[in-house]
Structures are given as structure tokens and as C-alpha cells.
Ligand binder design. Sequence first.
Ligand SMILES: [Zn+2]
Length: 555
Amino acid sequence: MKQWKLIAASLLLLSMQSAPAKYINKHSVKPHKVVIYTSPLDIPLIMSGSFGELRPNHFHSGIDFKTNGKIGFPVHSIAPGYVSKIFVSLGSGYMLHIAHPTGYTSIYRHMTGFAPKIMQYTLRYQYKHQVDQCEIDLKPGELKVEQGEVIGLSGNEGFSEGPHVHLDMYRTDNGDFIDPLPFFRRYLKDTRRPQADGIRLFAQSGEGIVAGRTDQLSFYPANGKIIQGWGSIGVGVKSHDYQDASFNRLRVRYIQLFVDGKLKCNINMGCFSRTEEKQVSAWVTDDFEKLYREPGNHMRIMATDKQQGLIVVNQERDYKCELVLRDLFGNESRYNFIIRGRKKTIPPKKLQGNEQLYWNRINVIKRPGMQLTVPRSMVPNNIGIHVGAHASNGFSDVYQLDNQLTPLLGSCELQIRLLRPVPKSDIHKLYIAQQKFGQWKYCGGVYLNGYIVTKIDKLGTYCVMMDKTAPHIAVVSSGRGGKLSFVVTDTGSDLQSYRGYVDGKFVLLHLRRQSDKMEYKLDPAYIKRGGTHSFELIAVDNVGNVATYKNTFKW
Ligand SMILES: [Zn+2]
């Protein structure tokens, strides 16, 4: 029996995505047919994360529902459809994509396992290809699901900080992530207003001045605040939204800036693509979202007036600014402040750093033994960076490409020269490493005419390193309690893959990210019980060093 109803699209769509016309940005949500989506959980829905929340380097792409601090709750498909992708990874645990006839696909992340029919399909694939982590694309007829069907169990797998179910929805045709909240609004209660925690005025370098400053000025949003300014000024806001049943701070859906009653900028966090979200780190500084568009910013969540949202103060008068924050439930907060126009001399633009990256050009940064190529549109605005070279580490000099992990909007080629010849047999053990929180992280790389070449998507500190050490395998349990378990670590280039065999047959070792532990639960249907068995574990790091562990155990 089909519990879902197809309903005339236009009516319901309007009510679900309801917002006055002026709030709607250029992009619109365009499903083909509409169903009433049902809850992915049997327990009351409480949100602990919202769509578009700021994360380091990306937006949160879905919504998180709490699971009472526990794992193992059945997760249901929110609509009929078919499993279009199965994903088992360290980062997301067990994850499913379900494509719906509405034109949307839903994603369920961080699960501890799948429902039996999906699990069997996955296990068949994992055994056939001898892999634990996998990504499987399925065709429409292969694994159909009904609305409300249990598809997995909730968990805390992968990069998850506490048990929850993460639900994404994206347009199946173009991959744009959309805010799922409008479809689940009836399960939630929200009478609380969004709140601004801070307002920041950004004096545009060489073009504006704020309270005598050429950089920026932050203040607590109290109504009636007056700040003197002249020239081109941008506004930024730090804000959060709240719901009745949740103590978590959520993201505000609509943010608007009015000056003298005219709309300057409209943020509608309703939809974004993977390419757009790379701009988050440039758009946001210290949690302040800029309510103006920098030249390389193409995010559709933002609509601005002809001045790109910037306030151009060129008269000695008061510019009345109003900030409006609004959630999908209609709760709203307004904050007023005044920029008082007072003529001032604006100092010329000060360049930062010793190199410039221009957003609309190809930039080539060179130092002896190093070349970085940053193509057009890889930075959202012209930025100054600090480039320097430090003493060698033996294989190459250490290059600082900016003094922080400045993100790039795509991958850029980095070449670092070797200081001395390396025996041919060792060349493939070389790689480029990036310094991150005091540790050197593998960034890939191939040898080319005395250089190691790789692609990077962040600035930071880089050098060439070599890894000739195989991964280290420590036995935790061999057969005890019906389990084989190991901790495998690699200090150089990091672990790339691993395989386990019992009596010569491949067995699925499941790697738990939280503990670095690999485990295989001995299955009597697969391994004949009684007697002595052989076990072999092979672990390979990113530059191909192989560790092999062989032993026997009784079970
Ligand atoms: Zn999440």
C-alpha cells in the first residue's frame, strides 16, 4: 500500500517554501512532483544542526536530528524511491542516497548499518571487490524502497560529534543541496526569534573609513547605535536561530539589510552547490557573514543591489540601517543602527603580505625551487599573502605560502624542487606534505624533472618528505571472543588500504575511525569452526609501503 499522495505541485510547494516574493533570491527550488515527506525517525524530531551552518571550509549540507544521546534507532526513508548510492566510509559511516520521484534525493549519514536487504547488497559488493570502504552507484530498479521503510540504524559513525541522524536533500538533476526544513516543519515547534550576536562594519580598503579606522569595527547589536563613516562600507552580521525543543544554536534562514528603507542585501540560505560553498571561508570572517558581494563571490544565497550590498556614504547625513533576521516559522528580529556621514580623508589601500593573488588573473608565485600556480577565480577577492622559504628538511626547502591555511576555491598546482638526487628506487616514496596543527600531512605528488608536483586546495606550509616505513600492525585480539582485531597506524604518508584473509579467504575488516581499530567478527557460516586457522593482514600506505602480518589462531 502506498501511503503517500501526489498532490498538485504548485499549491503545496508554495505553502512549504512560503516566503514573501521579496525574500526569494534568483534560485528557486524546482521539484517535479510533490509528496508529503515523512519523518526519518519514530522519536520526536529535535534539531541539533541546520542547513547552511558555517563549518570550517564548508556549509553544513543538511539537517541533524538528535537521537536522545543513543544509537540504534531505526531510520526510515522519507519518501518512496530507490537506493541510488551506497557509501561506506570513515568520514560518514554507513550512508545512503535515496532518489525520489519528486526530483529530490535524500541522504542519510553516520548510520551504524543498513537494513538487511541493503546490507546484503553491500556485503556482496565488499566481498567481491575485497574492500571495506566503498561507493556503489545503483540503477533505479535494483533496490526500491517504500515511504517509511526502515533503511538503516542511526549511529555516531565517521566525523560525527554525538549520536544523530543527518539528513540531506539535493536536486537529483543538478546536485544542488536544498534546505530540507520546509518539508519537516510540521514536526517541529519554533516560537523563538533569531538573534544577532554582533554586527561588524567593514571599511573597504582604500575606499572607506569607519569610526576613524581603515579596517573594521564590531559592536553588540543594540538599537540606535551611531557610528561615523565615510566612503564605501560593508556590513557583516554574526547571528543564530533557536527552536523551542532544542538547546542548540542554529543557522538563520533569512538575513536582510535595509538602508534608508531600501533593500541592500538579502541572504536566503535555501540552496547551494558544492562549488559555491567553497566560498564560505572568504565570505565569513570570525563568524561574521558579509552582507555584500566581493568580486569572486557567486553564491546564489545572496542577492544584492547595484552597489553589491555596499553602503556608499558620500553625504554628510545619517544613513539609517536596519538588519532583519527571520526564520522559516516567521519569527523575526530587527536591529537598527546609524552610519553618520562625516567627510574624512581615506588613506590609500594598504597591501598585505609580500605577494598578491588576483581573483581575475592567473597568478604564478615563484621562489627558488618552488612554483605555485593559482588560476583565475581561485580566490574570491584580491588578497595579499606572506610567502617565504625556510631551511631545508633534507629533501627540499620548506615553503610558507601564507602564514595560515588560506583556502583556495579549487585545486592549484604546487611544484617543489628536490635539493639532491634521490635513488631511482626511492623516487616514488617522495611526496609533498602540508603542516597542519604541528603535524605533516600527506598531500600526494609525482616526480617530474627534479620536482615533486601535486595539487593543493589550501595555502599553508609545504615541503617534500619521504616515507620508507611500512604501516605498523598491532594485534589486539586474535580469535579471542570470536574476533580478530588490530590497530594499524602509519606515521609517514598515512594508511591507504588494507585487506585481511582467513584461511586464504578475504574477510571484511571494519575500521572504526574513533579507535583506529580494525575488526572482523568470525562468522561460522563463512569460516569453518574448530581447529587452527591462518590469518593474513596486508596494510599499504599512500606511497606503497606494504606491511604484512601472518599468524595462526585457534577458534
Ligand atoms: Zn550533520
